[in-house]
Design a protein around this ligand. Structure first.
Ligand SMILES: *Cc1c(COP(=O)(O)O)cnc(C)c1O
Length: 328
């Protein structure tokens, strides 16, 4: 593999995460051979893909002498929950800007945010951290040294974590036998990092990101963001890959009724993996992405003789806040 610069990190999770075969489901669907990478088991606070990103991002916060972490997300944000737990472990203050308002039911991730002692700021429709700069300013006036973790942890440090994750996978299985890796893509850091890992290891497979929440004209801008982030991350580690839009595969057909709205696709996927494998998906990301995978098999887009790896990015704590719509 090509040489590149390593970045420093703090330990927050347990790695490598397991890879296993989905034997029952492979048999039930009569192929392709299905594998799963269990980043729902990263080990921090019920796990998820943000744990990897936070190991690099919070190392940077500590290196910069910060004492307060700020980030943002939806009411049921997995990213915010893992950030709150990481901040607790590192004994940093944590402020979360959350979508929704005080009337939100305190369960799932929101309950966990509270247990980890995060300070919550409800921001209505603004779930992407629109008010972050102002909050950082206020905290500075109070004598704090805040550090802003970007939305979804998707900057070069967060993406690099997924470059390392891809390399981790190549050390667990013979990657040359895998034809596709399928995963939920939303703020783009997972996608960009995996692209760079694939390039560094010269792996020959299709990385298929399932677009979770970008509709209509936002598709192209999202792909551009992923390319830009992959290029910036490559430059940061001294590997000069120049990615273009042709390197990004995004499946844009699985948006359903929009972000966070549970439909039959997600409901069926969650039931399928739960009943056939005893594995929990989540209603917003991995349920949608796995539903897309099943649909692609049914449409013949994934050949019966191929080997497909589903990258489970976590999120199951949000199941509890969807109890009603899951049991319709
Ligand atoms: C954040 C998240 C994703 C999306 O990862 P990005 O790097 O933001 O694209 C997927 N699945 C779950 C469960 C998440 O919490």
């Amino acid at each position: 593999m090509m040489k590149y610069r390593h970045l420093s990190k703090v330990d927050l999770g347990f790695f490598p995460t397991p890879v296993s075969k989905l034997n029952n489901l492979t048999q039930y669907l009569s192929g392709p051979e299905l594998l799963i990478k269990r980043d729902d088991l990263t080990g921090l606070a019920l796990g998820g893909n943000k744990t990897r990103k936070l190991e690099y991002i919070l190392a940077d916060a500590l290196a910069n002498g910060c004492d307060t972490i700020i980030t943002a997300g939806a009411t049921q944000s997995n990213h915010c929950r893992q950030t709150a737990a990481a901040a607790a472990k590192l004994q940093l203050d944590c402020h979360l800007l959350l979508g929704g308002d005080e009337t939100a039911q305190v369960n799932g991730n929101l309950l966990l945010d509270k247990l980890f002692g995060a300070q919550l700021h409800f921001c209505g429709d603004m779930r992407k951290g629109e008010g972050i700069a102002e909050l950082a300013h206020r905290l500075k006036e109070q004598g704090k040294t805040p550090y802003i973790v970007p939305y979804g942890g998707s900057n070069e440090l967060g993406a690099f974590a997924f470059t390392q994750a891809f390399i981790e996978l190549t050390q667990q299985i013979d990657i040359s036998t895998v034809s596709h890796i399928i995963f939920a893509s939303s703020s783009g850091g997972t996608h960009a990092g995996l692209m760079l890992g694939k390039a560094l290891t010269k792996a020959n497979l299709s990385l298929v990101g399932i677009n979770i929440d970008k509709s209509g004209h936002e598709h192209n801008a999202f792909a551009d963001n992923i390319v830009a982030l992959a290029n910036e991350t490559s430059a940061l580690i001294g590997a000069d890959f120049k990615f273009s839009n042709q390197d990004v595969i995004l499946a844009n057909d699985y948006l359903g009724q929009g972000y966070g709205v549970l439909g039959d696709l997600e409901r069926n996927a969650i039931a399928l993996l739960a009943e056939r494998e005893g594995i929990l998906l989540d209603p917003v990301y991995s349920g949608r992405a796995f539903g897309a995978l099943v649909d692609m098999i049914e449409q013949g887009k994934l050949g019966k003789n191929e080997k497909v790896l589903f990258w489970h990015t976590g999120g199951a704590p949000a199941l509890f806040s969807y109890a009603k719509s899951l049991t319709l």
